[in-house]
Design a protein around this ligand. Structure first.
Ligand code: ADP
Ligand code: MG
Length: 245
């Protein structure tokens, strides 16, 4: 019997990127499976956002390649444009379109018939508990509610991968853990493969199936949250995890 080989959802191989002669990414390689939340964790300036930007297609690597479901998305000569990668993006300033209603924001970027779009928008707004705000304008919502609309918008087209860059850092500290938990529940329901960038060990411990620990443009350790916490690769990693509250 032959066994079917399932390629990883996302495969990143040997990414190199320098800015003005400074090596910012130095041979970054990792893969993420479908249906899992992977956190790219590391201190500010270590190259996390640069990695996400290259995966999204809004920046280009000097060397290395990226595959999604086994298909080449970019190397140094070939490049699928960002809008054709089926990769969703959610950044820290999750700005909704201020002149569009909640429903129109979530429907933005959706293909299909009007009825299909309406059904998908209702389904997602139900899941983020905002059905009653379907016709509201963004300014009428709290920060946490706007964040949930942004999440619904990012998930609506069923991206193969959702990239999230410090998505909670603009929110009130007291709300963050609740919003992290709600977000995680929704991501699990949708079964989306997620690569979430954070500089907070606490956030990665709370949300990740697997953590990729990054430092100075390299992945220095990967594993389940408690493995990294209990068996840090070196003293620097131990110190980084030690200030978890
Ligand atoms: P992180 O997201 O981990 O905080 P970044 O990927 O944003 O780190 O940045 C890594 C390093 O690369 C930083 O020193 C940053 O200043 C530098 N950098 C990022 N983008 C650019 C750019 N477009 N031009 C020059 N330097 C950049
Ligand atoms: Mg960043």
């Amino acid at each position: 019997m032959t066994q079917t080989h399932v390629p990883p959802r996302l495969q990143v191989e040997g990414l190199m990127r320098s800015f003005g002669g400074r090596q910012v990414l130095d041979d970054v390689s990792f893969s993420i499976p479908a249906g899992q939340v992977t956190c790219l964790l590391g201190p500010s300036g270590c190259g996390k956002s640069t990695t996400l930007r290259i995966i999204a297609g809004v920046d280009m690597q000097d060397r290395g390649r990226i595959l999604v479901d086994g298909a080449l998305v970019c190397d140094t000569v070939f490049r699928v444009p960002p809008e054709r990668r089926a990769i969703g993006l959610m950044f820290q300033d999750f700005a909704l379109f201020p002149h569009l209603s909640v429903a129109e924001n979530v429907a933005f970027g959706l293909a299909g018939s009007k009825a299909e779009k309406r059904a998908r928008v209702s389904e997602l707004l139900d899941r983020v508990h905002l059905a009653r705000h379907i016709d509201s304008m963004p300014h009428a919502l709290s920060g946490g509610e706007q964040q949930r609309v942004a999440l619904a918008r990012a998930l609506a087209p069923r991206p193969r991968i959702l990239l999230m860059d410090e998505p909670f850092s603009g929110l009130d500290e007291r709300l963050r853990d609740d919003i992290r938990d709600e977000t995680l529940a929704l991501l699990k329901e949708e079964g989306t493969a997620v690569l979430l960038v954070t500089h907070e060990p606490h956030e990665a411990m709370r949300m990740a199936d697997e953590i990729l620990l990054m430092r100075d443009g390299r992945i220095v350790q990967r594993g389940a949250p408690y493995n990294l916490y209990n068996a840090p690769v070196d003293r620097k990693a131990a110190a980084f995890f030690s200030d978890i509250n």
